[in-house]
Design a protein around this ligand. Structure first.
Ligand SMILES: Nc1nc2c(ncn2[C@@H]2O[C@H](COP(=O)(O)OP(=O)(O)OP(=O)(O)O)[C@@H](O)[C@H]2O)c(=O)[nH]1
Ligand code: SF4
Ligand code: SF4
Length: 322
């Protein structure tokens, strides 16, 4: 058990146990709601060594989970090398659009990946093309990718469905059926759309939709991270990610972000408090991690007046990101 001085705890009592690492801002799709992990879209990308060093350092302070994201992380052909360079961790996962997953799933598992989240907002090829600006046929690649991930043991595979008014809000039951069809290997994750790119115009009453699911649930679980709830509905599991104006979500935020070009980023929605570690020596990394933890502030708090950071700091209207 680590003592408190060996943990990355911020002044709001939130201990960081997870790193969310963007590997690239490049992407092979162009989704209407892409939030680019709130990053400014540089083309610079960390090397395998830089990623391994920062994870290694963080792991000595109790970080035991890493989530890789993008852009689209699988456009990096050295992703397997990155995985192989990591220290021992409890959970290593990736969030991908799934288009390139089929041919990589087994190698990724062998390189040390534990599980995968795949973006899939709809089962309708034309709607898929509308949302992603990809080809309708890309949907079939994603479905094949999901099967390959299950086959490789990258389970549970989470299916990320961003709820979009007028597009897929009536598809929740179809998605639940889809998940049920893979008896326990899939979890549906419903995500409230955020105010990035065209996101605002597809916003809907996510709270009400979550309450409907709650009413239908046979069982309800709550995760430590963000206090997210998941609902078991007739054998299918559905987790709900509702970050907007949700103080409880931020009060239980235990992840630190790292941008593709090597900056520590305390919050998805804030961009003026980043710390660049690209030129740091390994022995300087603990201090930089601590400095970044000092800058962590819950974005949403209990009352509107108490909100510490104004919404105008949200970076919007950009492409590339997961
Ligand atoms: N505001 C905010 N949104 C988040 C945060 N973490 C995840 N999200 C949202 O949830 C979406 C899905 O997250 P994923 O990348 O699949 O990962 P996850 O579900 O958070 O992580 P696991 O459950 O561990 O797989 C993201 O694209 C964001 O929109 C967070 O810390 N803050
Ligand atoms: S918006 Fe809240 S939950 Fe998301 S990263 Fe910022 S503090 Fe964490
Ligand atoms: S990174 Fe952005 S454009 Fe690419 S798949 Fe994810 S949401 Fe879509």
């Amino acid at each position: 058990m680590k003592s408190s001085k060996d943990l990355l705890t911020d002044r709001f009592g939130r201990t960081v146990t997870s790193l969310r690492i963007s590997l690239t801002n490049r992407c092979n799709l162009d989704c209407i709601y892409c939030h680019s992990e709130g990053d400014e879209g540089t083309r610079n990308e960390m090397t395998v060594e830089m990623i391994a060093q920062i994870v290694d350092t963080a792991s000595k302070f109790g970080v035991n989970k890493v989530k890789f994201s993008g852009g689209e992380p699988l456009v990096r052909t050295d992703f397997e090398d990155i995985l192989k360079a990591l220290p021992e961790l409890k959970d290593v996962s990736v969030t991908t659009n799934g288009v390139l997953l089929k041919g990589r799933a087994h190698d990724l598992k062998e390189a040390g990946l534990d599980r995968v989240n795949v973006s899939l907002d709809t089962l309708d090829p034309d709607k898929y093309a509308y949302i992603t600006h990809g080809r309708p046929e890309d949907l079939y690649e994603v479905l094949e990718g999901i099967k390959a991930a299950i086959d490789a043991g990258l389970t549970p595979v989470k299916i990320n469905m961003v709820l979009l008014k007028g597009i897929n809000e009536n598809e929740i039951d179809d998605m639940l059926d889809f998940v049920r069809g893979y008896s326990g290997d899939l979890v549906l994750q419903i995500i409230q759309v955020m105010d990035f790119r065209d996101g605002a115009q597809y916003d809907l009453d996510a709270k009400k939709i979550e309450e409907d699911l709650e009413r239908r649930a046979d069982d309800i679980r709550m995760r430590k991270m963000h206090h997210r709830k998941s609902y078991i509905i007739n054998g299918a599991e559905v987790e709900f990610v509702r970050p907007i104006e949700n103080a409880e979500f931020c009060a239980n935020c235990n992840r630190l972000r790292i941008t593709a070009d090597g900056k520590l980023k305390p919050c998805l929605l804030v961009n003026d408090n980043l710390i660049d570690f690209t030129n740091a020596k390994q022995e300087e990394l603990p201090e930089l991690l601590r400095a970044s933890i000092e800058r962590r502030i819950p974005f949403y708090t209990d009352s509107e007046e108490k909100r510490i950071i104004e919404k105008k700091t949200i970076i919007g209207d950009r492409k590339d990101g997961s």
